[in-house]
Design a protein around this ligand. Sequence first.
Ligand code: SF4
Ligand code: F3S
Length: 104
Amino acid sequence: TYVVTDNCIKCKYMDCVEVCPVDCFYEGENMLVIHPDECIDCGVCEPECPADAIKPDTEPGLEKWLEVNNDYASKWPNITSKKDAPADAKEFDGIEGKFEKYFS
Ligand code: SF4
Ligand code: F3S
């Protein structure tokens, strides 16, 4: 599966939603997650993310993010079309530790 990681938080560009062939993105207030059981590993979303937040879970060190994606995909509503990104998305691109401060 692919997973959404820290840099999505408060950037939330949602370009990923547009390209996913199986509509497996779920929406929190500040972030999206991928449902690991629904993702078919096509990989098309990874290069679409302007914040470079989407990674294959085969990359080392992503266990925490796999857990976050798995947990919240079943709590948050499905999102199938792109909305406007937050007006201040750019200001949050690349900030460290967003999960601790802004995850929602
Ligand atoms: Fe959707 Fe493909 Fe990205 Fe998985 S890898 S979330 S199926 S676009
Ligand atoms: Fe987040 Fe990137 Fe999608 S910022 S909403 S994973 S396009």
